[in-house]
Design a protein around this ligand. Structure first.
Ligand SMILES: Nc1ncnc2c1ncn2[C@@H]1O[C@H](COP(=O)(O)OP(=O)(O)O)[C@@H](O)[C@H]1O
Ligand SMILES: [Mg+2]
Length: 360
């Protein structure tokens, strides 16, 4: 078991900067998710930690050891990739046993450890089968078994669930989290799926274009996004953005857009005048934070043009002079397309247009 420390990691492929000065500490026993869009440098980061790529700059520590110059097999990490790379002609048992045989582990110990791991993963019944005769979920568990059986100090998982169907994925992500928790092994888990990240992580590291955008708990990432990229990327019904500027109006600071005038609290107004002197900023508000009443009165009115029933709740699609917003209501909503709503915005974020940084 060990902490993983990544210091100033930079990786170039020719002119492409895949990872740009990444600093990240994964505490011993934590599950940290690297989250970001395709091409943002997640896999490259993992391959550098695993020893499959050499950093252009920067250092990687596993526990007390600087591992830059160690071979992959000397690093004591286990990797699980998107493609499980099981040996098709081996049985599940032999696939799981493979890393132990490489290390010349005694036969009885192999039997015991493979049996234990198979039981932990619920795949005892597959042990005599070849992977081709197992379901996708079973194959994924066999690949996990092969990683676990080595008892590595760190698990590195790179989108391990992206090849299995959506329903099974929901179960497997809980299972991986439970396993990680039970084994207490440090894990770095890569995904581009923000729901997977939110549900699994102790800490989420959001990346974009090779750069760390924010490191925080799932709660922080959702409630206190550091910038408009993080705000946009996280949230299954995305945050609404209203471009505009800050103005003084009746001795109060307001965010004024083509559509709305929204009062800004005093504290936020002070911070905004420091961080965003030209006043140009975008207001971000999550769908569940838009409050509304069915009313033709009040200054911030808008029209509902579509309902999206999701079973447990309903998304209201609202329009005001070319600006589209999404709000949330209960499944049994009385609201209908064509209704006029009076909106209020109490809990929101402001993002400086010049830098994209959250004002707070
Ligand atoms: N072996 C390679 N050679 C050249 N460019 C690469 C190589 N591996 C990755 N890249 C580039 O580095 C960037 C980051 O890639 P990657 O780490 O695979 O992103 P992610 O896993 O987040 O999708 C991309 O622009 C990708 O094209
Ligand atoms: Mg990748």
């Amino acid at each position: 078991m060990a902490e993983v420390k990544i210091v100033g990691l930079t990786k170039y492929f020719g002119d492409t900067c895949a990872v740009n000065h990444l600093d990240l500490v994964v505490k011993d026993g934590d599950l940290v998710v690297l989250l970001g869009p395709s091409g943002c440098g997640k896999t490259t980061t993992m391959r550098c930690v695993a020893g499959l790529e050499r950093p252009t700059y920067g250092d990687i520590y596993i526990g007390e050891r600087r591992v830059n110059d160690l071979e992959p097999r000397e690093r004591d990490v286990a990797l699980v990739f998107q493609s499980y790379a099981l040996y098709p002609h081996f049985t599940a048992f032999d696939n799981i046993a493979y890393p132990l045989r490489l290390r010349k582990t005694p036969k009885e110990e192999i039997n015991r450890r493979v049996t234990d791991v198979a039981e932990l993963l619920g795949i005892t019944h597959t042990l005599e089968r070849q992977p081709g005769l197992c379901s996708g979920g079973e194959q994924q568990r066999i690949a996990l078994g092969r990683a676990i059986v080595r008892e590595p100090v760190v698990f590195l998982m790179d989108e391990p669930l992206s090849n299995i169907d959506a329903l099974l994925r929901v179960y497997m992500r809980a299972e991986i989290k439970r396993l990680q928790h039970e084994l207490g092994t440090t894990m770095i888990y890569v995904t581009h799926d923000q729901v997977e990240a939110m549900t699994m992580a102790d800490m989420i590291a959001v990346m974009n274009q090779g750069t760390l955008q924010q490191l925080g708990t799932p709660g922080d990432i959702y409630d206190v996004p550091a910038n408009n990229f993080v705000a946009r990327f996280v949230g299954s019904t995305p945050m609404n953005f209203i471009p505009g500027r800050l103005r003084q109006k009746d001795s109060q600071t307001v965010h004024e857009s083509d559509q709305f005038v929204i009062p800004v609290g005093e504290e936020m107004a002070v911070r905004a005048s420091e961080m965003c002197p030209d006043g140009k900023c975008t207001l971000g508000i999550r769908p569940e934070d838009i409050r509304f009443t069915m009313s033709d009165e009040g200054r911030n009115q808008a029209q509902v043009f579509l309902l999206e029933p999701l079973g447990s709740e309903t998304i209201l699609d609202i329009e005001k002079e070319g600006l589209l917003l999404k709000a949330k209501d209960v499944a049994t909503t009385q609201i209908r397309p064509g209704n006029t709503l009076s909106l209020s915005f109490d809990r929101f974020h402001l993002f400086d247009d010049a830098t994209g940084q959250a004002i707070r």
